[in-house]
Design a protein around this ligand. Structure first.
Ligand code: C2E
Ligand code: CA
Ligand code: CA
Ligand code: CA
Length: 277
């Protein structure tokens, strides 16, 4: 595929986002990306809205494509998910992020880490062992790891619950990502052993511009709290959103108001996490 590089990338730009051909080309390039260090992680802080203190970081994968520049995960994660590549990428993300935050623990041993898990990874029978191995290899404390899954990934089956429980036995926490966008039945929540609900960005965004949305957000927060879950609001860009969310009882938040996702070096500067070694 490399020899054809020149013409390939022109084709990329000519094709529409969902084009089959483009997906295949991205898939080929993605295979190389893992082996040639084109993938990197950015970290976005999650903040305690009441105290303003740092709670954790969410690891978000980035792809520095040699010709295309930065490709969004929204574009390449679905491509990786269609192939088996997502398993290798997911393992790389988990191990790299655990190693990084483990380093930061030398300065602040309370920092948590959230890692996104795709449906393909979650359904991989080896996933629980894999998480266990990564925790052992990196010596990362399990109770400071949060795995994020979306509600649409959870079917009404006992198998999902079993996987969640098995990994939870290690001490790892679980979060439902993008909550409220999955059109799933609410009753599912009653059966899932979940620690955090992440309120989708679309709710946070519309709260101030469309006041009826405030009732919805309030209801989600109340429900989560009644189910003994902690709440994290995504996409907080304005102080007004943060105040309102906190007022409704949402403890944690994440968004550009606090920080966009940043490379590890910039996180170290901003949060004084450089070790003296
Ligand atoms: P997500 O898990 O919902 O991640 C949050 C996304 O919202 C991130 O986009 C982040 O940059 C963006 N964001 C954070 N704060 C704000 C804000 O205040 N305003 C706005 N407008 N956006 C904000 P990003 O990094 O492009 O990631 C997109 C999606 O790609 C993620 O959505 C997640 O579903 C997926 N993804 C990213 N990294 C990974 C990964 O390592 N594994 C898997 N399976 N999926 C990943
Ligand atoms: Ca997430
Ligand atoms: Ca999300
Ligand atoms: Ca999202």
């Amino acid at each position: 595929a490399k020899e054809q590089g020149g013409s390939m990338y022109t084709i990329y730009s000519l094709l529409s986002q969902n084009d089959e051909h483009k997906q295949l080309m991205l898939e080929n390039d993605l295979r190389d990306a893992l082996e040639t260090d084109q993938l990197l992680l950015h970290y976005q802080p999650v903040i305690d809205l009441e105290t303003g203190l740092l709670k954790s970081f969410e690891a978000l994968v980035r792809w520095k494509h040699p010709k295309l520049g930065l490709v969004s995960p929204a574009e390449f994660i679905p491509v990786a998910e269609r192939s088996m590549l997502i398993n290798d990428i997911g393992t790389w993300v988990l191990e790299t992020a655990c190693r990084q935050v483990k380093e930061w623990h030398a300065v602040n041993s309370d920092i948590g880490l959230a890692v996104n898990v795709s449906i393909r990874q979650f359904r991989n029978p080896q996933f629980p062992d894999l998480v266990k191995d990564v925790l052992e290899i990196t010596e990362y404390p399990a109770h400071l790891l949060i795995l994020e899954i979306t509600e649409s990934m959870m079917q009404d089956d006992w198998e999902s619950i079993r996987i969640i429980d098995e990994i939870r036995t290690l001490g790892v926490k679980w979060a439902i990502d993008d909550f409220g966008t999955g059109y799933s039945s609410l009753s599912k929540l009653a059966f899932l052993p979940i620690d955090y609900l992440k309120i989708d960005r679309s709710f946070t965004m519309e709260m101030l511009t469309h006041p009826p949305m405030q009732s919805i957000v309030q209801t989600i927060i109340d429900m989560g709290r009644n189910l003994d879950m902690e709440l994290i609001a995504e996409g907080i860009e304005e102080a007004g959103q943060s105040l309102l969310l906190q007022h409704y009882g949402c403890q944690f938040g994440q968004g550009y108001l606090f920080s966009k996702p940043l490379p590890a070096e910039e996180i170290e500067q901003a949060y004084c996490l450089t070790t003296l070694m």
